[in-house]
Write a protein that binds this ligand. Structure first.
Ligand code: HEC
Ligand code: HEC
Ligand code: HEC
Ligand code: HEC
Length: 504
């Protein structure tokens, strides 16, 4: 048999070439992996500054920094004018925007009217806990001052310390680069739910659990403690209500059993709950969560740059990156898949509006009932329905994308919320009639300013005080942080001019 040596040889050259190429790509990836595992390590004392990590991980750093590209402010109180009514008497009725890039997380917390206008380290409406999901300075302070000291006092106490927005040290160990969590309440919550701690979780689960440090439901648990000098103090410790499971009903029972309320509603005097953003919990109920897909699979897709493959750290809406975020798993066209997601949104939005309208009217009708003489005893059932209904509505929508992460669960919760609101309104018709009021219709709340007026929000005053704070104390904070070497002023250069809901 005559062998065609030329073909064989040519083929081999090609194969060798391909193998060499593959080897060089494997080598580079391996080199990156080793560099990560044995990196010259970012000094622990400087790890809260993401710029310090840039030297070793330039791609991750520059994609992380790109979260600044989503700068747009979406004023939700304008978009959904029921909201100031639903949150009357609570901070969210003052100011509430849709989430934007991690780059802005800290500045948005400082800018929001909810955090008020402190004049020194001891004034202002909010506790220190409000910094918790904004900055890698938080674990730094927890480790320096102790967790209970960190959770004690007013928000402004740490204004000159918590100065870097969400960064590398929130999710990675400074010495090995491994995924990491330094917010102790997450492990406590996992244990309370009978789940493995972060360290004992699978690698795939860790790719979601790093997000669960922040994208979760929580409340501030009052904790009495005594410091080293014997001074008695009260801490407000971020706690995740997971002991009855990671569900809306489980958390509601948790709060009901302890007689907990976030605030008393200003219009209806109902003892209310405010859902935060149970993104992780809801995600787990959806098909992607159940099939073991992680947050990072969609929000941090692998990106090829030359022969190097890395995780895109520009956390954003994955519909902007469907080719990398969805198409590795899905076979239909991008356009078709996008259409399916849009349809989900429209279905959710119809139920969402109904539930909000009915809940807002239930609050206003309760106020009318009080005005015409209904007693707390008569209104007990109504208020219980409002509390429970509003909790379910808020749980369904507070982590905005839930309709995509968990469509069935979102629709179920919105339907139950609407049912509770209608039950309350039906009872109110009877109560109002008993007190001689027929055909009452709630006042108009069809735009933000009408709704805020009904909710008693003194917007102009709040904005003026905030501007004063921004011109004085806030500026002082950054100066001090720079002189303590906790902040590179360069890294917050464009944050002074970033838009707010009140600055346009
Ligand atoms: C340290 C707390 C924290 C961690 C950890 C965290 N987030 Fe966030 N995330 C936030 C906050 C706060 C915002 C809202 C920022 C704003 O609006 O200023 C946000 C916003 C977002 C947004 C909206 C971005 C946009 O441009 O619309 C996405 C998407 C997101 N996070 C996904 C994730 C994913 C996925 C993870 C885990 C890989 C994660 N986050 C980890 C706190 C955190
Ligand atoms: C919100 C959490 C989060 C933040 C903030 C974050 N990372 Fe990551 N990072 C991840 C996740 C999740 C992965 C994927 C890890 C895996 O699967 O092993 C990752 C992977 C990496 C890797 C491994 C190689 C790769 O790209 O997959 C490096 C290196 C890295 N990150 C560096 C950084 C640096 C530097 C910063 C800050 C500029 C940063 N990360 C900020 C969550 C985060
Ligand atoms: C299967 C892909 C996928 C997974 C997995 C996933 N997400 Fe998302 N996420 C999306 C999509 C798509 C959107 C945008 C939906 C929309 O707005 O139309 C989104 C939106 C978001 C937003 C809101 C962005 C905004 O600007 O409103 C946040 C925050 C978020 N996801 C966090 C998470 C967290 C945390 C996890 C894990 C617990 C997670 N996601 C898992 C696909 C995913
Ligand atoms: C790691 C793989 C993976 C990724 C990445 C992924 N999906 Fe999926 N997706 C699945 C699986 C698995 C199912 C369940 C259906 C099945 O088994 O075929 C599913 C189901 C769906 C469904 C139908 C289920 C429902 O909730 O109604 C939609 C819509 C969907 N995905 C959209 C997306 C979009 C949009 C993205 C990108 C933002 C994405 N997926 C990313 C694996 C993935």
């Amino acid at each position: 048999m005559k062998v065609n040596y030329k073909v064989l040889f040519g083929g081999s050259i090609l194969a060798i070439g391909v193998m060499a190429l593959m080897a060089s790509s494997v080598n580079e990836r391996e080199a990156e992996r080793i560099a990560l595992a044995t990196s010259p390590s970012v000094p622990a004392s400087q790890q809260h500054k993401s710029e310090e990590w840039a030297k070793y991980y330039p791609r991750q750093y520059s994609s992380w920094k790109s979260t600044k590209e989503n700068e747009k402010i979406d004023d939700m109180l304008k978009e959904k004018s029921q909201l100031p009514i639903l949150w009357a008497g609570y901070g969210f009725s003052k100011d509430y925007n849709a989430p934007r890039g991690h780059y802005y997380a800290l500045q948005d917390n400082v800018n929001t009217l909810r955090t008020g206008a402190p004049e020194d380290g001891e004034t202002g409406p909010m506790p220190t806990a409000c910094w918790t999901c904004k900055s890698p300075d938080v674990p730094r302070i927890i480790e320096r001052d102790g967790e209970l000291e960190y959770f004690t006092g007013k928000w402004a106490k740490y204004g000159n310390e918590i100065v870097n927005s969400i960064g590398c040290a929130d999710c990675h160990k400074n010495d090995t680069g491994e995924l990491n969590v330094r917010r102790p309440f997450l492990d406590r919550a996992l244990v309370s739910a009978g789940l493995p701690k972060f360290e004992d979780s699978t690698h795939q689960e860790k790719r979601s659990l790093v997000c669960a440090q922040c994208h979760v439901e929580y409340y501030f648990q009052k904790t009495e403690w005594t410091d080293n000098n014997g001074t008695k103090k009260t801490a407000k410790v971020v706690t995740l209500p997971w002991a009855n499971g990671l569900t809306a009903e489980g958390a509601e029972k948790y709060y009901d059993d302890m007689g907990f309320k976030d605030w008393t509603h200003k219009i209806s005097k109902t003892p209310m709950l405010k859902t935060q953003h149970p993104g992780y919990e809801l995600f787990k109920t959806g098909i992607h969560g159940q099939k073991g897909v992680s947050c990072a699979d969609c929000h941090m897709p692998y990106t090829q740059e030359g022969s190097v493959k890395y995780s895109d750290h520009q956390l954003q809406n994955p519909l902007n990156t469907m080719d990398r975020s969805c198409m590795p798993c899905h076979r239909e066209s991008e356009t078709k898949l996008r259409g399916i997601v849009l349809q989900k949104y429209q279905r959710k939005d119809q139920l969402h509006e109904l539930a909000m309208d009915n809940l807002a009217k239930a609050h206003l009708e309760t106020a009318k009932a009080m005005e015409v003489g209904a007693t707390d005893e008569e209104l007990k059932g109504v208020r219980a329905d409002i509390r429970s209904g509003q909790w379910k509505w808020d749980y369904a929508v507070a982590s905005h994308p839930a309709f995509f992460h968990a469509p069935e669960e979102t629709l179920r919760l919105l339907a139950v919320a609407n049912e509770s609101a209608m039950k309350a309104r039906l009872a109110l018709v009877g109560i109002l009639a008993k007190h001689g009021t027929m055909d009452y219709s709630a006042p108009d709340f069809s735009n933000k300013s009408k709704a805020q007026a009904l909710a008693g929000v003194p917007l102009e005053k709040l904005v003026a005080a905030k501007k004063e704070f921004k011109a004085t104390l806030e500026k002082e904070w950054y100066k001090q942080a720079v002189s303590n070497r906790n902040l590179n002023m360069e890294s917050r250069k464009d944050l002074d001019t970033t838009p707010t809901s009140y600055s346009k």
